[in-house]
Design a protein around this ligand. Sequence first.
Ligand code: ATP
Ligand code: MG
Length: 378
Amino acid sequence: MHMPKRAAKPSRLTDVFFRHMVGNMRNGVLAIARDGGVVLVNDEACRLFALPPGQTLVGQPFGDVLRHHPDIVRVLGGAFEMAALPNRAELRLKSTDTVIGYTLSLVRDEAGATVGAALFFKDLTHVEQIEERERLRDRLAAVGAMAAVMAHEIKNPLAAIEVVAGLLRRKAPRNEEVQTLVKDIISEAKMANAIVQEVLAFVRPVRLQVDRTSLAEALASAVVLADGEAKRGSIQVDTSLPAHLPLLGADQYQLTQVFANLLINAYEALEGRGRIAISAVLATTAAEGALLPDGHQPVATVVVDVADDGPGMMPEVAEKIFNPFFTTKAQGSGLGLAIVRKIVDAHEGRIDMTTADGRGTRFRVTLPVEPYKHGPHH
Ligand SMILES: Nc1ncnc2c1ncn2[C@@H]1O[C@H](COP(=O)(O)OP(=O)(O)OP(=O)(O)O)[C@@H](O)[C@H]1O
Ligand SMILES: [Mg+2]
């Protein structure tokens, strides 16, 4: 049988295949003929430009079809005049606030005559968001590094201020005015130092000293710590733990910080009256559906709830509470929960929060009984 070297005309089969391929492409395709009539618009193009189904548009002048997208009309309109077509360009569709990346090609026939132009494009909004997040992360890392340096530099002069103020106090033991003023200087310097420590705690990587840790003890120390740091007033704290909780492979000091921070926040939210319930249960990750390292057996976990019956949070606050430096308090640094999360992460645990405006807040800390990475320690 005679086979043509090159098909002069595409067969019907290839033609259909070609149409399906273009129709299903994940890039947008829009082609016009020399006279400006639309030849082809695929589904993705219709979606991006918010157009009715492509078939209904074929033959219409592209200026009409794209009347809501003057930017695209300008690009396409210039196609036949431009000496060199842009290889890759981006533009933002003002109508839908979408960023698209596009290439523009001329369609030529066998003789090399220009018979149309085709625009290939892709929705870059998502890509842009990823880049935005990456930029934000870089910026946070830079801010963190700067904060670490500053905190470190401020520590020494602060210590000096405290020492010098102490000397001054001894110089004028009987001058009551001097004594009061110097006492203020020292207490302000101590406060500044506490903020510096907090910033350092946040920017430093968490290093755990994993040991056999009693959750009950960590919780009891956390209550003592919180009572020393914030006004408790008449707030009632009820702790209910199961009788035979296993010891946790955890850093007792850091766990205490976690629960103390949660308690301090609850004290501050309750403003002197209300109730905080601390409870814990044993669970396995299979039931909890989390914390399961790939390809490993379900892990025994302890789920600790710290719930207050305070004012709760508005959704726009709730979504930001773990962000470093997010605070709604005049005196807050906004690092409390950011540090809590870092410590819980270091333990391979998880922290969740549920709240309803006016109906209290519950923080749930889920910790593996034995962190996988650290293994048992004795
Ligand atoms: N139990 C709670 N009830 C209501 N709001 C809360 C509670 N816990 C946290 N929040 C909200 O989350 C925000 C962030 O808390 P976070 O502990 O990170 O910072 P902070 O308490 O404001 O400052 P810092 O802990 O550094 O003193 C708080 O400002 C508050 O608005
Ligand atoms: Mg706090």
